[in-house]
Design a protein around this ligand. Structure first.
Ligand SMILES: [Zn+2]
Length: 71
């Protein structure tokens, strides 16, 4: 079963979101998304953006959704 969230680089960190992507496998630059950590951010899609660090709060929620962290 696919996970219900996607990773999206935005505003200096790699966040996760449950928002539906409008097309393809990425959010177009400038797409406003609501992240799992509760922030409203604007998606980025540059080469550097994908190297940003993972948002710790999103990571924690994503791990729970993926069922790999049952704590
Ligand atoms: Zn986040």
């Amino acid at each position: 079963m696919p996970h219900p969230f996607h990773w999206v680089p935005a505003e200096g960190a790699r966040h996760a979101t449950c928002d539906v992507r409008p097309c393809g496998c990425r959010f177009p630059v400038g797409t406003r998304v609501t992240t799992l950590c509760g922030a409203q951010v604007v998606a980025d899609d540059g080469d550097l953006a994908w190297l940003w660090g993972t948002c710790p709060a999103c990571n924690a929620v994503a791990r729970r959704l993926a069922g790999v962290d049952r704590a």
